[in-house]
Design a protein around this ligand. Structure first.
Ligand SMILES: Nc1nc2c(ncn2[C@@H]2O[C@H](COP(=O)(O)OP(=O)(O)OP(=O)(O)O)[C@@H](O)[C@H]2O)c(=O)[nH]1
Ligand SMILES: [Mg+2]
Length: 585
């Protein structure tokens, strides 16, 4: 199926043409039929000579209803522009064309309607000229009369040619269905409709209401008035939702594949059609079927940061329209460049950001995106609409190679620095390195470690690799758990045996640096020594063995060799009278 939206000035014959092509009534409301004027979006469809189905989203042409028009064309990438032969080019002909251009719509054709009322020739020429400079470019222009039927076969053939040029939809991709209508059906509940541009929906699927992330289940599906078990893009679709109150969903919301989209309130964009400096500070942004107030913060000559009044499931490359509702004026087009931009808190950050954005064009650029972000999760990148082509360094973390090399160098430096700061410890806790390098996860530190450094029992240590047998590593882990509350209570000999730590195993653990031997089979965890110094330094100086023992909450069995070790390392000094002081460092 192809979906085409109409566009054009009020009363130029859009709805009449859709009616003539489809035999269906696009003006759904009694008020519309009474006034002979489209107010809200209409939907109709027909088969073309090729056998393909084309569905129309018929929009209102009246100036007052431009927001409805925007909701109709926003999610639809092809347009049927209508201009009346007897009236010619009019204000909303121009405004609707500006909207299509702002959205970057490049597939379309023009019908010069009411050709029975005036010679369409001059209007055909004018329209060609107006359209040529827009994203639509050179389009077919077909004169038609809905009254006499002249030109309708040619228009059908032209629609077929247009449809054949439309890009093949990504059916395996995530769904983002912009809601253009929402209503209740007695006995079925809430139904929303929209144009499914990518992906597929099936009855029973779980989808997310983008506005608040609520998960809902698809209870039923209709396409072109027929119940369906599954619907693939491109398609008009009506989705019956289970357990959602009618008030919870509205035009401008989107149903999305769970977890597949972010919610952006801050986006960096390129502006077309007007210098950024000329934009009003607050306008409406129209994207998909949504219309949201935004604050515009100029960055570069054609780039800006938009702050949205409510979050939207935007992706890089999304096109949107900026409109000033007060002046009823389209003020610019938008291409989304970044849906999760960095804060601009430092001085000069805005100018620097403008420099970065100058080199970004809204096309998915995974390598550039990783370079700019330096470190990013593949899943987050995918949520921004950027396909992941870069291999992760660990888990789903993608890292810019240059940044990674820099981190590696810093890691080595931090390990050396820590060794100087903490001479009694063997190695640096991975968590300490994580914090010093400002990394979000420990696994990244571990992935950074390379020879001659290695990770051993939660620490990055230098030296030859001595592989600790798995059972020994596990036993040391248990020991670490057990001694957490009383770090200076060395495990008794029989507890070591119970844990499977015989003399040989203890020896291996000591060599690997995960246990510290005070004497014989009196062992502590390496961090305990450092902690002991801290505790002892807090005592009134000098202190006795007994005071040290009590402060450390341990026994003579540990306290005696521990203090001797500290003496030998010059951390404590033994004074006459069997007292000690901590040597200030
Ligand atoms: N003679 C003649 N009249 C036409 C033709 N097409 C439309 N009309 C008339 O033009 C008037 C407006 O037509 P609509 O189809 O309602 O125009 P529209 O563009 O849908 O208008 P809005 O939706 O309000 O923007 C109606 O009275 C139609 O009967 C045509 O080809 N020939
Ligand atoms: Mg109409």
């Amino acid at each position: 199926m192809w979906v085409v939206a109409t566009a054009g000035h009020v009363d130029h014959g859009k709805s009449t043409l859709v009616r003539a092509l489809t035999g269906m009534e696009p003006d759904r409301w009694a008020e519309e039929r009474r006034r002979g004027m489209t107010i809200d979006l209409g939907f109709a469809w027909t088969s073309l000579p090729s056998g393909a189905t084309v569905a129309f989203v018929d929009v209102p042409g009246h100036e007052r209803f431009v927001p409805n028009m925007l909701a109709g064309v926003g999610p639809v990438p092809a347009a049927l522009v209508v201009v009346a032969a007897d009236e010619g080019w009019m204000p909303q002909s121009a405004e609707h064309l500006a909207v299509l251009d702002a959205l970057g719509v490049s597939f379309g054709l023009v019908a010069v309607t009411r050709a029975d009322l005036a010679d369409p020739g001059p209007v055909v020429a004018r329209v060609r000229a107006e359209v040529a400079g827009t994203s639509l470019g050179a389009v077919e222009v077909v004169p038609v009369s809905a009254v006499t039927g002249v030109g309708l076969p040619a228009l059908r053939a032209a629609l077929d040619r247009l449809g054949a040029r439309l890009p093949v939809p990504v059916v395996d991709g995530p769904v983002r269905l912009w809601v253009d209508r929402c209503f209740t059906v007695r006995g079925a509940g809430t139904v929303v409709t929209g144009t499914l541009g990518a992906g597929r929906l099936a009855v029973g699927d779980e989808v997310e209401v983008a506005a608040d992330g609520t998960r809902v289940r698809v209870r039923g599906l209709h396409s072109l008035g027929t119940a369906r078990g599954e619907v693939s893009a491109v398609s008009r679709v009506a989705v019956n939702l289970r357990g959602v109150a009618r008030e919870r969903v509205a035009r401008g919301d989107a149903l999305v594949t769970p977890e597949a989209f972010g919610r952006s309130e801050l986006v960096d964009v390129r502006i077309s059609g007007a210098p950024v400096a000329d934009l009003p500070g607050s306008v409406m942004v129209h994207v998909g079927s949504a219309a949201v107030p935004v604050r515009v913060r100029p960055l570069g000559p054609d780039t800006a940061r938009l702050r949205l009044a409510r979050p939207l499931p935007l992706v890089v490359g999304d096109r949107a329209v900026l409109r000033d509702p007060g002046r009823r004026l389209v003020v610019g087009g938008v291409t989304v460049l970044d849906v999760a931009p960095p804060p601009l808190s430092r001085r000069g950050a805005a100018a620097a950001r403008a420099g970065v954005l100058a080199g970004v064009d809204g096309r998915a650029d995974p390598v550039g995106e990783v370079r700019r972000r330096r470190l990013v999760r593949a899943s987050d990148l995918a949520r921004m609409g950027v396909p992941v082509t870069v291999a992760p360094v660990v888990g789903d973390w993608l890292v810019d190679p240059e940044h990674w090399a820099g981190l590696g160098a810093r890691l080595v430096a931090e390990v050396s620095r820590y060794a100087v700061e903490h001479p009694l410890e063997s190695g640096v806790p991975v968590e300490v390195l994580r914090q010093r390098l400002g990394l979000p996860e420990r696994s990244l530190v571990e992935a950074l470690v390379g020879a001659p450094l290695r990770v051993c029992a939660g620490r990055v240590v230098a030296g030859p690799v001595s592989v600790l047998p798995e059972p020994v590593a596990r036993a040391v882990d248990r020991l670490r758990e057990e001694s957490r509350s009383r770090p200076f209570r060395a495990p008794e000999a029989d507890r070591l045996v119970e844990l499977g730590l015989g003399a040989r195993e203890v020896g291996a653990a000591v060599r690997a640096g995960v246990l510290l031997r005070l004497t014989g089979n009196v062992v502590l965890l390496p961090g305990a020594v450092e902690e002991a110094v801290r505790v002892l330094a807090g005592l009134p100086q000098p202190f006795t063995l007994s005071a040290a023992r009590q402060a450390l909450d341990t026994t003579r069995r540990v306290a005696v060799p521990l203090l001797e070790l500290l003496d030998s390392r010059g951390v404590t000094r033994r004074l006459p009278g069997d007292v000690r002081t901590v040597v200030s460092r």
